[in-house]
Design a binder for this molecule. Sequence first.
Ligand SMILES: Nc1nc2c(ncn2[C@@H]2O[C@H](COP(=O)(O)OP(=O)(O)OP(=O)(O)O)[C@@H](O)[C@H]2O)c(=O)[nH]1
Ligand SMILES: [Mg+2]
Length: 702
Amino acid sequence: MGHAHSGKTTFIAALLHAAKMTPTQGRVSDGTAVTAYDEEEIARGATMQNAVAFAEWQGVKINLVDTPGFHMFSHEARAALLPVESAVVLVNAQNGVEAVTERVWKYAEEANIPRIVVVNQMDHPKAGGGGGLSALIDDLVDRWGRNCVPVQLPISDSQGFHGVVDLVTMEAYDYTPGGDGRGRMTKEIPANLAAEAKARHEALVELVAEGKDELMEEFFEKGTIPEDHLIAALHEAIREDRIFPVLFSSGLANIALDHLLDFIKVYAPAPIERVPFTVRAPAAVAANAGSDAESTGDAALSLRKVADSEPAALVVFKTMTDPFSGRITFFKVVSGVIKTDATVENYTRRGQERLSHLSIMQGRKAVEVQELHAGDLGAVAKLRETLTGDTLGAKGAEIQVDLFPLPEPAMTYAIEPKSRADEDKLAPAIHKLMEEDLLIKFFRDPMTNEFLIAGAGQPHIEAIVSRLKKRYHAEVTLKAPKVPYRETIRSKAEAQGRHKKQTGGHGQFGDCKIRMEPLPRGGGFEFGNEVFGGAVPRNFIPAIEKGIVESAARGYLAGFPVVDFKAVVYDGSYHDVDSNEMSFKMAGRLAFRKAMESAKPCLLEPVMKVEIEAPDEFAGALMGDLNGRRGRVAGMESKGRTTVINAQVPMAEMLTYGSILTSMTQGKGSYRMEMDHYDIVPQLVAEKILANAKRPVEEEEE
Ligand SMILES: Nc1nc2c(ncn2[C@@H]2O[C@H](COP(=O)(O)OP(=O)(O)OP(=O)(O)O)[C@@H](O)[C@H]2O)c(=O)[nH]1
Ligand SMILES: [Mg+2]
């Protein structure tokens, strides 16, 4: 995990090459990196969806999940925390901790996922930024606590970055830049690093010992801890989130990656060491499965041990859809052993699924396997109805796993098919894309009748449109969605509606007097009847209401529905022969329109609740910009070096905010928004809207 361009995809390509999983090192620039296979991602040079790979390193299988670093896909990076046991947090050596680095750290912290910090791109001439590497390490400690501790020292000199010192074993590793990632161990720590290495080694030993009484005693007695004790204790401290080790690497030049594989092998927690998966299961089921259950209301919270000896169960963490190979389902084996061709129950949907061609994924390539064990990641194609978040497994061993919450989509467009043929393809194609991308929303706006597509931001929606075209041959155009304005009244008004017509024999007659008054925002519509003494017969009252409701729906000022008012009929008259429902409906409409004339009608607009997050240095500019958008800032809060602004801004001013924010913050800002309330449009703005809108034509008397 890490900020955009910290080098995650390159880093995984380098790890895979160092482990001899690939004959050459894949590159993002030419589309050969194993975890960058999606054509949209290759075109954009950025990861947008999680991708899975694996390395075998000295008898250990290491599963790798590449995640996006672009701020608008942070939810996807967060979703990758479900199937893993630890997070490697890449920090760009040049820029230090950035907005998304902070964010993914927080996500991992909330999920209790151990973190290994890797300062990457150490080969870069500007590595260390302005303040040098020790300033960078101090900054990590500042942000994430003194438990962030280097377990390596980089060897950097006039030749650039070419090795690391292991501060546990006090051995040095030297690399040829551009090599295959295999280091040459030299026992000798460079003379200029010897003193610092010694000091940092001692600091590390002390920190590791701190967590354990018996180690503390040993430390005080001997002044140090034997290496094997130190390794075991560091492993435990990392697993328990007590220590966040800091390492150094260059993915691009493949320096120190074999050492990283070693580190992961020795120190990163294996799945079976995981604090058991917390799953929800009916108490009876949990008891049968031999797990510890603790009753919490109707569903029991239970812990499923990640062990082969438990019943087989898995959770789906990703779905890929492809017009050619169909659906590919990525899952984590939570417990037990999953065998190819097994039939399992989908606990979420209650169907059965057959797991044919059980595989492990190396990027987009499936490698078939016979079975998968507890804790491993696998994939299977062509399941019938299983989707992301579903749990499956042996009958009677039910588990449920909650996905991480998704943010609301930040950008919405009206989407229109280009042709009739495109129209037929559109909905099924979008629904396919929605299977693999849970953030996409597609719906018809009941207020404007437009089809809307919502996503994380401009680049996300552009990628969706491109996928629709390339994968499903459905072409669309995007437009800014219509703003669902409303109309309302600001004062009380009374009016009479009298409908009278004499055509030939049968006449029409309806007459009512109504009073209208404003309701509070969100009050909708209320209707009252205060007619005394049968001035209007009871059975005609609903017709009057219907007339008012119909007319209100058509709008008065500019064709937007009139809301938040109460209408009361208090008088009227009728004719024995000529009065009927139609006539009273007309009277209701006439009364409504007449009352509107003196009720001070005005426009209402939707106002959004907006939360904007960006590095501190952009806060001033963002506040100024919000002012220009008629925004009202409700609060501003500093979190580390990030400022969070809470504001209320009219929807009409936020239609393209995603791209504006990106350009204002160099892509480092992000925002969320949701509909909050309707508010009166200020006069000057309203005049412009009214000038462009069609005033509904006066109704003809029928
Ligand atoms: N000098 C140097 N450049 C690197 C290194 N790793 C990656 N890069 C370059 O940085 C750019 C981004 O690399 P990626 O691997 O795509 O970065 P990422 O973190 O996967 O980016 P996102 O997927 O957008 O979050 C590319 O141009 C890489 O060539 C490195 O170790 N050193
Ligand atoms: Mg990437």
